[in-house]
Design a binder for this molecule. Structure first.
Ligand SMILES: [Zn+2]
Length: 238
């Protein structure tokens, strides 16, 4: 960014060097959760930090996959909405500086470095059907507690319906929290509910994801339709 002083510099002037510097800064800032051992560290392939790691320059970094799908892709999208579209052209200084050869190479380098150090991409812990059944059974039992206030009872039933709908549709809790009553429609024969998700963490461009959920008579404890109906009845009575 030669010749530009901080006062006349805007985000639209950023070039791919700025993006690279930002990514490198973020990677070494110590905010990452993935521990990567250096090639000459005796604990190479291990997940934990050891005392001798200080001498070998091992450190905590951002996992390559979260760097790619989180930081880099979000930054690219953000700059696109500001009008920086297309591949970065270094000579003309046009396009999206995140879509540049250098940024792409940096991302690949991090991925290779972590793969070489034996880092595996961790995914979120799985919550299996049996866990959900046990959780909702426990919550049903808590609901029997006569000392619960009206509000506590409502919150418990709401959370149970949330969990069941999240489990039935595979959606995020965040998506359910953004669901409007008008986006839920009962099947005419009462056998289920149609959910029309329109806003959430990964859903914000105005498109819609529809899920039809039918009654579960075999495991009624986790039936999203029954628990939503229960909440609805309770709210109508209250
Ligand atoms: Zn180490």
């Amino acid at each position: 960014m030669l010749g530009l002083t901080p006062t006349n510099y805007s985000i639209l002037d950023a070039d791919d060097t700025d993006v690279l510097e930002f990514l490198m800064f973020k990677n070494v800032s110590g905010t990452g959760k993935t521990f990567v051992h250096a090639k000459n560290c005796e604990y190479l392939g291990d997940y934990k930090e050891h005392e001798s790691c200080e001498q070998t320059n091992c450190g905590r970094f951002h996992a390559a996959e979260s760097m790619r799908s989180g930081t880099i892709s979000m930054l690219r999208k953000g700059l696109t909405t500001l009008g920086l579209v297309g591949d970065w052209d270094a000579e003309k200084a046009t396009g999206n500086p995140v879509s540049s050869v250098a940024v792409n190479q940096y991302q690949l380098m991090i991925r290779e470095e972590q793969a070489r150090a034996g880092v595996t991409q961790k995914s979120a812990a799985l919550l299996m059907r049996d866990d959900i059944i046990r959780l909702l059974q426990r919550m049903s039992a808590w609901l029997m507690d006569p000392s619960l206030t009206q509000d506590e009872r409502y919150e418990m039933m709401r959370d149970m319906a949330y969990i069941a709908v999240v489990f039935a549709t595979g959606k995020r809790c965040d998506d359910i929290a953004n669901l409007l009553i008008s986006q839920m429609v009962r099947f005419p024969d009462g056998s289920g509910i149609m959910f029309g998700f329109q806003f959430g963490k990964t859903l914000r461009d105005g498109s819609r994801q529809m899920f039809g959920v039918k009654k579960d008579d075999i495991t009624p404890e986790v039936c999203a339709v029954r628990l939503t109906d229960d909440l609805d009845n309770f709210a109508n009575k209250a």
